[in-house]
Design a protein around this ligand. Sequence first.
Ligand SMILES: *[C@@H]1O[C@H](CO)[C@@H](O)[C@H](O)[C@H]1NC(C)=O
Ligand SMILES: *[C@@H]1O[C@H](CO)[C@@H](O)[C@H](O)[C@H]1NC(C)=O
Ligand SMILES: *[C@@H]1O[C@H](CO)[C@@H](O)[C@H](O)[C@H]1NC(C)=O
Ligand SMILES: *[C@@H]1O[C@H](CO)[C@@H](O)[C@H](O)[C@H]1NC(C)=O
Ligand SMILES: *[C@@H]1O[C@H](CO)[C@@H](O)[C@H](O)[C@H]1NC(C)=O
Ligand SMILES: *[C@@H]1O[C@H](CO)[C@@H](O)[C@H](O)[C@H]1NC(C)=O
Length: 597
Amino acid sequence: MKFSMVVGALSALVATVSAVKVNPLPAPRNITWGSSGPISVQELSLRTTDAHGHTHDIVNKAWERAWAAITSLQWVPAATEASISSFQPFPTGAGLTKRSAKPIKSVQLSLVDGDADLQHGVDESYTLEVTESAGSVKIHAQTVWGALHAFTTLQQIIISDGKGGLMIEEPVHIQDAPLYPYRGIMIDTGRNFISLPKILEQIDGMSLSKLNVLHWHLDDSQSWPMHMKSYPEMTKDAYSPRETYSREDMLNVIAYARSRGVRVIPEVDMPGHSSSGWQQIDPKIVACAHSWWSNDDYTYHTAVEPNPGQLDIIYNKTYEAVRNVYNELSGIFSDNWFHTGADELQPGCYNFSTYITEWFLEDSSRTYNDLAQYWVDHAVPIFRAAGSHRRIMMWEDIALSTEAAHDVPKDIVLQTWNNGLTNIQNLTARGYDIVVSSSDFLYLDCGHGGALGNDPRYDVMSNPDGSVNFNYGGNGGSWCAPYKTWQRIYDYDFLTNLTKTQAKHVLGAEAPLWSEQIDDVTISSQMWPRAAALAELVWSGNRDAHGNKRTTLLTQRLLNFREYLVANGVMATALMPKYCLQHPHACDLYYNQSVIT
Ligand SMILES: *[C@@H]1O[C@H](CO)[C@@H](O)[C@H](O)[C@H]1NC(C)=O
Ligand SMILES: *[C@@H]1O[C@H](CO)[C@@H](O)[C@H](O)[C@H]1NC(C)=O
Ligand SMILES: *[C@@H]1O[C@H](CO)[C@@H](O)[C@H](O)[C@H]1NC(C)=O
Ligand SMILES: *[C@@H]1O[C@H](CO)[C@@H](O)[C@H](O)[C@H]1NC(C)=O
Ligand SMILES: *[C@@H]1O[C@H](CO)[C@@H](O)[C@H](O)[C@H]1NC(C)=O
Ligand SMILES: *[C@@H]1O[C@H](CO)[C@@H](O)[C@H](O)[C@H]1NC(C)=O
């Protein structure tokens, strides 16, 4: 009896000694651990070899940040990948007795094309190798941007040795590259203002999780926060003089993001969702700004949410204002891509425009589709005039809604948010490059009830969630309810049933966080760590080498990463009781580890 207990304890120990505890996120495409035991890590200096002999400030600063995080955190994996039965609190110190490998004293980085710009499609691959005898970490990257990813991996695998020093648990070989070139999140600074420090905090989370696109929905009908030289009066419609972004603020965000491998794609939403700012230039540019948004009869609504306002598509001066605003912002945002909105055009709004009602009267065959086409024909040439580098991005509505234009140029990237796989099918079959943001899977703002006041649907003495009247397209007054959990996000197989040709049109995915009910106080906890589940989905996918879903394995990675985000100043929310983090798989719904297929 006693004997077998000892044997049992010993074999559990052996199991923990041979298995690594670190759990980097996103999981690399290919990571192979050795078994010779831990390698001690001393003060690491970076030695970069650039094929063209150039030096790289961005690389040096990124390494300084990574090293500062490694040494200040002395990370102890919070949630390890151990199996159900072999969990032990870390560190045990048990693995350290075998230490005989040469300590690591440097990071040797070789860069092939250190000058490649951070733009769509740039090579982000890297390899990282730690052997028993090398005495250094060897990183090979095509570009600066791949090197930054190597650093965020490395900083997650150098951990405390439990004795005041640092170690890498085993020799390791990593070959890594993203599945998709577009891996994003969206912030909305029109509905509520988000301060600069909070925007930078999102970028910190993105760089740690290897997300590379910050889609910045700058304004909306509610407010216009950007200072414009061409029209200083626009910021009269900011929430306050302090709730604005100067040119320098925007440049700072772009530079901060760039130095962390994150592109910033600006969006000015046009012609819908437009009132604040524009109306200061000339009130006639904006239709229906002073209408009652819902008319208390949804058939006649002028906006999907208050406050109403859409750019007048027929009024000539609209295009002059659009050109000046767009050109000024194009001069600030260095990305080749620019998002020009085009979602949710509401016909009811244009009944308030004399230009548009007269245009319809001139020719009774004209439809709202013709009107949307007029916008495409007049606005797209303005957008293209920024230069041959320019790639325009729009919401799918312009090509796939009741009011869609007839002919949207095929080189415009469409962001799909409705009807999940159906719209992905439709747009890719028609030859559009798309970014997947299906609201049923990737909208991070859903499930918080309605954002409207004076709502009698709440004044019922029973749980209203099942009632048709209360649905309004989604339970509890939230049109896209329920809340999208990390498992919902990670399990999204958005390529389902696409042909190879169609699949090539999927450039990646992005999780939007609309901000009707979000500001500085809640943005990080709504964004994180769920955005990290998307980050792994688009970096290395949701399946293992055998094609099986690995959601159950993501659990510990994500719980660890949440702690890591918080430790790095990104205020990610808790996902489970800490008990679950400390007892891998104890909180699974099923004991069967392959119920998710
Ligand atoms: C992963 O890397 C290991 C070690 O370099 C290599 O042997 C293996 O073939 C790689 N696997 C894949 C799927 O690339
Ligand atoms: C807009 O400008 C065009 C030519 O530049 C002109 O033909 C048209 O009448 C103008 N429309 C309005 C509504 O002012
Ligand atoms: C817009 O005006 C037309 C003509 O008066 C009317 O038939 C239509 O119902 C109105 N549509 C809306 C959505 O208000
Ligand atoms: C896309 O959807 C539209 C609108 O429902 C439909 O008319 C069209 O046939 C669809 N096209 C494809 C290729 O599925
Ligand atoms: C994918 O295609 C198969 C075969 O046509 C069909 O049975 C299945 O329902 C489709 N899946 C989805 C999610 O549309
Ligand atoms: C586990 O779940 C999978 C998927 O439902 C099923 O095929 C398998 O039989 C289950 N295994 C056990 C042991 O119940």
